[in-house]
Design a protein around this ligand. Sequence first.
Ligand code: ADP
Length: 480
Amino acid sequence: MRVLYVSSELYPLVKAGGLGDVSAALPPALRRVGVDARLFLPGLPAFREGLEDQEPVVSLGAAFGAFEVTVYRGRVPETGVPAYLLDAPELYDRPGGPYVDSEGEEWHDNPRRFALFGWAAARFADGDWRPDVIHAHDWHAGLAPAWLAAQPGWRPPSVFTVHNLAYQGLVPAQRYHELGLPGYFFSVEGLEFHNMASFMKAGLYYADQITTVSPTYAAEIQHPEQGFGLHGLLATRADDLTGILNGVDYAVWDPATDQQLPVAYSVDELAPKAEAKSALQREMGLAVAPDCPLFGVVSRLNEHKGLDLALAAIPDLVAAGAQFVILGSGDPELEAGCQRCAAAYPDEVAFFRGYDEGLAHRVFGGADSLLVPSRTEPCGLTQLYALRYGTLPLVRRVGGLADTVVDASPTALADGTATGFVFGPATVEAFREAAERAIAVYRDPGSWRPMQQRAMTRDFGWEQSAAIYRDMYQRLAPQA
Ligand code: ADP
């Protein structure tokens, strides 16, 4: 089974969110269950520099405003996964992020950059190596299924995975011609969405199979509240839509081997976690207080992530004895809110504005509880990391958070299944109430410690999900 895994992110070379982590971990997991998965990546500078053993394999000539498009074959360092790189210097070779420039503005030529990406993925073959299935990820790769549908004759089946429906890749109608697709694709029965071309809708409409990254999110996106205007289409495709939970790469995320932590600890040797906590308190300039419940946040800061709910509750929770470490960046208003909080409570609240992998690890290790109060959350990875680090997640009951954290209700505490704290409505009150419950349980080590142990032994590794993807590919391409 040969699968072309089309993604514009790959940790640690290019990562804007969870997609980067998933693209780093799922292809090797697929290879371990017998799938010949190979990555297909845009020729961003970090990939040009970071992939090993690159050699040109296919020349595609001039396309989408690029003078010469060439596909290189290389390998991902460490995992050795084969990766094809779509080199088109005019479109990809520039400083800044994969989707936005260094000012945070979308690249003006994104329509052509990602139209080329989908077009090239759909027609790609490397000599004898032809994919049996094309697996496209998020809007960036959404035109691959559309280009496949535009091809006459036989074509490989396609899978489109939604990592986040909130980002859709919308192109104004007057720029539709830049995508190069047939005119009749620009229709309600196609990729038209409120008089725009939607890369996301292209994936959802034309792919043979749709997946998303948790079972609850798969159900939620068929309804208006979480459907971002695409719920109607998704509901009509319900038979082809499944939710497959993301996994964790425990080679990277394990407190027993994590080089970023000042100490190692594990479920059998939990005591050193206290040192990780005091080191984090020192590093962030908080009062070094072993008995204060310390809440961590590692997140993009935007409306979807619900950090405003936490910020509004912080004064009460500080009064109740809690501390907070917030690592993140994003909306200027939320950043300013975090800054104000940290200034108001210098011993209890610390804010690091920015993106810092090492600090993220130290927050997962050093905090007692991780806050993920998202309004929408396709799967969420940070709560999965937190579980493994014995840092009990406090989450909203939405998307993948609902699938992975068991609330410390009286019943779950009694029958020994609780792994965190879950609240329902996206309100400050509901959040505060859950945080107060977390503080109360924290102060009762006879309840907290067994919850930590249970959380740390929950297995969210990739093996199970990889096998589900493999079975899906086999159903789509039984001859492979
Ligand atoms: P999303 O993809 O919506 O951002 P996920 O929870 O799926 O959310 O994935 C987020 C990933 O990005 C996690 O690996 C998390 O640790 C990481 N991350 C988010 N913000 C930061 C930050 N400020 N510094 C370091 N890592 C971060």
